[in-house]
Write a protein that binds this ligand. Structure first.
Ligand code: ATP
Ligand code: MG
Length: 155
């Protein structure tokens, strides 16, 4: 299976897609989100949270804290790197989370630069006008063959 390529027609379709996608996630997985302002990255993270049985009203971009932790059977670590410098990322001890017992979701993964993890899910979101969004989901790293097998269940 190559990358999954989906067109979402609404905010709620994005939530549903991300919630389905969350079923493919395991502890220690890192979801790197790429996309412009308002592309729907936070919406996608809310969908992941819903799939992990986390209350979605708790989910908002951690603009001032850099990271939010949502506790659940599999905890979700929500990063937003829009305003971050790589020093801040080290101060945060990001590795403890990335390689910890939960799932990490990272908005503005462009900012990771050389810290982009070798193994990660890549979610790319683009505006297609009004409420339409182009969403591509793939896996980068040695585990790709195994991990992408069920991606076709998303489209
Ligand atoms: N198909 C769609 N999927 C997701 N969001 C949509 C969609 N259509 C419209 N929207 C709207 O677009 C906005 C997406 O906002 P969101 O905060 O998720 O974007 P973001 O990529 O996290 O932005 P930022 O870069 O500011 O963090 C919301 O207002 C949402 O209602
Ligand atoms: Mg956001």
């Amino acid at each position: 299976m190559e990358d999954a390529h989906i067109v979402s027609n609404s905010y709620s379709e994005t939530l549903t897609l991300a919630s389905k996608f969350s079923k493919l996630l395991k502890r220690g997985d890192i979801v790197c989100l790429f996309g412009d302002l308002g592309a729907g990255k936070t919406a996608f993270v809310k969908g992941i949270a819903r799939g992990l049985k986390i209350r979605t009203d708790a989910v908002h971009s951690p603009t001032f804290t850099l990271m939010n932790i949502y506790e659940a059977r599999i905890p979700l670590y929500h990063f937003d790197l829009y305003r971050i410098s790589s020093c801040d990322l080290f101060d945060l001890g990001y590795e403890e989370f990335f390689y910890g017992k939960g799932v990490s979701a990272v908005e503005w993964s462009e900012k990771l630069g050389t810290l982009l993890p070798r193994e990660h899910w890549k979610v790319e979101m683009k505006h297609l006008g009004s409420d339409k969004r182009d969403i591509r989901i793939g896996y980068h790293g040695a585990g790709a063959g195994k991990r992408t097998k069920k991606l076709d269940t998303l489209s």
